[in-house]
Ligand binder design. Structure first.
Ligand code: IPD
Ligand code: CA
Ligand code: CA
Ligand code: CA
Length: 273
């Protein structure tokens, strides 16, 4: 058990996400290129991904030396306090590389394995999404709800849903996801591929899209955004009643959530990869 205060953890997460965001905007090298690739040639890392993670990790450990860490660019530490920080130092690296403004810094904080606080900082849009378990979700301090203006507070049927999605980096997974999108496209209002899973989740949480699904997400992609969706009244999970995971992450307001899961369960059935 830990006696950490989730509100204080959110404050530290928000401060570090804002600081990382500032560095990513102001200190981006002019000749920024790909530093290395990971699982495939499309899975790129820049020096700024590494710098952002370093800044966040050092900031956490300076104040909370006993906490655990999980970061996309290598942070991995058990910790002894019961608190673990799940960090995506740039979510949407390809957008960042091409100077497309949809990228963010995402930090989720767990206590005893449960996410209790999350922040998604989107510097180029001037938006900070936050959530505290049991207390709500906010954009720049204003409460948000997972219903689009078009839904009038009622469940949106699939045929009127604007659905965001993303593609993991593994080639086989991309082919599978592409096939699912091809099946879904005629059934929905339209599809969006924004390039940042955490922003997609925040977009569900504030009604900027109606739903989101993706195969192949990692814990750092969904830790903060997942809590933000749930605290905004949306649902988050995987298929067949499972939790959101690398196999599938689905997020939407109730009603559409079930319809999306049903579609995905049928169309994803024999496409295991
Ligand atoms: C990626 C983005 C993208 C999603 C991929 C993620 P990264 O994260 O969130 O939208 O489709 O699955 O890996 O590599 O830019 O942090
Ligand atoms: Ca990455
Ligand atoms: Ca990511
Ligand atoms: Ca990343």
């Amino acid at each position: 058990m830990t006696n950490a205060d989730p509100k204080e953890l959110l404050e530290l997460a928000s401060r570090l996400a804002a600081e990382a965001g500032r560095v990513l905007v102001q200190e981006r090298p002019r000749d920024l290129g790909v530093a290395s690739t990971k699982s495939s040639p499309t899975d790129v890392v820049t020096v700024m991904d590494q710098r952002s993670e370093k800044l966040i990790v050092e900031g956490i450990l300076a104040e909370r030396p006993d906490d655990g860490l999980l970061g996309e660019e290598g942070a991995n530490r058990e910790g002894t306090s019961g608190v673990r920080w799940v960090i995506d130092p740039i979510d949407g690296t390809v957008n960042y590389l091409y100077e497309i403004p949809q990228w963010c810094v995402s930090i989720g904080v767990e206590i005893d394995g449960e996410t209790v606080a999350g922040v998604v900082e989107i510097p180029m849009l001037g938006e900070t999404f936050t959530a505290l378990r049991g207390h709500g979700a906010w954009r720049n301090g204003e409460t948000i709800r997972a219903y689009s203006a078009q839904s009038e507070g009622k469940p949106v049927p699939l045929e009127r849903a604007l659905v965001a999605t993303g593609f993991g980096y593994a080639a086989q997974r991309r082919a599978v996801q592409g096939a699912i999108v091809a099946d879904l496209l005629p059934l929905v209002r339209d599809i969006r591929r924004g390039g940042s899973a955490a922003i997609d989740l925040c977009s569900v949480a504030c009604g900027r899209v109606d739903g989101y699904f993706e195969r192949g997400t990692n814990p750092w992609d969904i830790a903060a955004g997942g809590l933000i969706v749930q605290e905004a009244g949306g649902k988050l999970g995987g298929l067949r009643g499972t939790a959101a995971s690398v196999d599938m992450t689905v997020a939407a307001a109730p009603g559409l959530y079930e319809a999306l899961c049903e579609f995905l369960e049928e169309h994803d059935a024999d496409r295991d990869s």
